[in-house]
Design a protein around this ligand. Structure first.
Ligand code: SAM
Length: 281
């Protein structure tokens, strides 16, 4: 009998993915963790039955949450990742030889341990990179007390339910801003605006109060169902004004090959359709 995993994120809209083989299904201290094989997306990771990442389409999400702030910044050396337990975000950040240090704060050691084993293609060796400092902690607690500062902070969290909820609060954003170096950039996973518009509005309201340059940018990830996903963007620097020519030069100098990110896609991602613009405070 064919079985399907039906996503639990929305009350009246759900995607289902066929389970060709259930590879892992267990509770960690924080959430229900599943990995299964799907014909189209390869290995799929869900937490509490919400798709977190897949072997097939993770490149879009991880490329757009890393190369956009790092190439826009132009001189990033220190990066903080909040969440990101599967290792995909760290993988993409560490492809930049100019990045000297990455701190990754993940609340659930089970996600890291398990991703290393069942989803090694996502981290692709990132967990063994000497530049990576993995901290198992609540990102909200870490950001409240850390003395470290960063050029780019990436919030690669679950949705604002369960352990992820604290990462969508004004308090968290305020502490994140304090941990940014001058001209530093904060980017956040902010859900699919067509389905989760309030989450984006709330984050943008906090960013408007905190940053001179605040907005969001978009990319469509097939398994984040309901349309393009929004990424919150906040900075007091001028990274948002980087020209296409500057990005092309930086991208070429970085010497990385990507399957979604290009400098033109980077610039275009900040062009918001009316229904998203109307969610801005
Ligand atoms: N790409 C996914 C998305 O857009 O929903 C996120 C993937 S990643 C697996 C999400 C990670 O955030 C999980 O490993 C989860 O354990 C972690 N997480 C959730 N709440 C957290 C918190 N308060 N502090 C640190 N990590 C947290």
């Amino acid at each position: 009998m064919t079985t399907w995993v039906r996503e639990s994120l929305h009350p009246d809209y759900a995607q289902s993915l066929r389970v060709d083989e259930m590879l892992y299904d267990s509770e960690t201290a924080h959430q229900r963790l599943k990995v299964f094989q799907n014909g189209t997306f390869g290995r799929v990771l869900t937490l509490d039955d919400v798709v977190q990442t897949t072997e097939g389409d993770n490149f879009i999400y991880h490329e757009m949450m890393t190369h956009v702030p790092i190439l826009a910044h132009g001189a990033a050396r220190r990066v903080l990742i909040i969440g990101g337990g599967d290792g995909g975000m760290a993988r993409e950040v560490l492809r930049h030889a100019t990045i000297e240090h990455v701190t990754m704060v993940e609340i659930d050691a089970g996600v890291v341990d398990f991703s290393k084993h069942y989803l090694p293609m996502l981290s692709a060796g990132a967990f063994d990179d000497p530049r990576l400092n993995l901290v198992i902690d609540d990102g909200a607690a870490f950001i409240r007390t850390t003395a470290e500062t960063f050029d780019v902070i990436i919030v690669d969290s679950t949705d604002p339910i369960g352990p992820g909820e604290v990462l969508f609060t004004d308090t968290f954003y305020g502490h994140a801003k304090r941990a940014l170096n001058q001209s530093g950039i904060l980017v956040t996973q902010n859900g699919v605006p067509f389905m989760q518009g309030d989450e984006l509005t709330n984050t943008m309201r906090a960013f408007k109060a905190l940053f001179a340059d605040w907005s969001c940018y978009l990319a469509t990830i097939p398994t984040y169902a309901g349309g393009p996903m929004a990424f919150g963007w906040g900075t007091d620097g001028d990274a948002g004004q980087v020209s296409l020519e500057q990005l092309e030069a930086r991208y070429a100098a970085a010497g990385i090959e990507t399957d979604y990110y290009t400098p033109a896609v980077h610039k275009g991602a900040f062009a918001l359709p009316g229904y998203v613009s109307r969610l801005m405070p």
